[in-house]
Design a protein around this ligand. Structure first.
Ligand code: 13P
Length: 233
């Protein structure tokens, strides 16, 4: 099981250092990936927790003030990078084309992109989730070789479930994950969106899930500990 922790834009430096120490003590079988705020990547030492970034520049190294390139992330030991999170699509107006550029730059540096896809509430209500997700996948993976496509991880994150406490039914999640695996048979698919220590016993019944992308609960280590305990036992 892959458990990716998306800290988003949380923690001061001191808070993060304390958090990181505590996280290192959580011994679990799951394959943990920590995606701290990009600024704190250099504060994470080598450990058995995978290091991920939350974003990468759509450009290579060069005169791009404020940007962090895939090459630079690699040089800091980053192995994974979230791409196309709905918060970036919404607040930074990230386009499918930019997401595709980022995926290509990451793969060139052998960083595994964790590509987020998911529908809006209104798209679910009008039963358009399949077409929305198929289009997001197609655009994000445009011009990639079959071998490259095998390397990416997809995170299904229904936008209306992120940080809301709302969650699709197991059947709904399973249908979307099967749809993604139909497009990408050898790809790992995570679920994200209000997954927590209270609903994990229900979620873990979905056999096609390869892991979770956690937001809110990634910040609360006591709850994360219970989540992992319930997931694994
Ligand atoms: P929550 O777990 O807070 O709903 O966030 C999910 C998410 O956006 C992870 O990327």
């Amino acid at each position: 099981m892959i458990i990716a922790l998306n800290n988003k834009s949380n923690f001061t430096k001191e808070e993060f250092l304390e958090y990181k120490e505590k996280l290192n003590k959580i011994q679990k079988n799951a394959n943990l990936i920590l995606c701290p705020t990009n600024l704190y990547i250099g504060l994470v030492e080598q450990s058995n927790i995978g290091l991920g970034a939350q974003n990468v520049s759509k450009t290579s190294c060069g005169a791009y003030t404020g940007e962090i390139s895939a090459t630079q992330l690699k040089s800091m030991g980053v192995k994974y990078c979230i791409v196309g999170h709905s918060e970036r699509r919404k607040y930074q107006h990230e386009t499918d084309e930019e997401i595709n550029q980022k995926v290509k730059l990451l793969l060139k540096e052998e960083i595994i992109p964790i590509i987020c896809v998911g529908e809006e509430k209104e798209e679910r209500e009008t039963n358009r989730q399949n077409e929305v997700i198929a289009k997001e996948l197609e655009e994000a993976l445009k011009d990639l070789t079959i071998e490259e496509k095998k390397k990416v991880i997809i995170a299904y994150e229904p936008i209306w479930a992120i940080g809301t406490g709302l969650i699709p039914t197991n059947e709904e999640i399973e249908k979307i994950i099967n749809l993604i695996k139909c497009h990408l048979p050898n790809t790992k698919v995570l679920y994200g969106g209000s997954a927590n220590e209270n609903n994990i016993e229900e979620l873990r019944k979905i056999s096609v899930i390869d892991g979770y992308l956690l937001g809110g609960i990634s910040l609360k280590l006591e709850k994360l500990d219970i989540f992992l305990e319930k997931l694994e036992n």
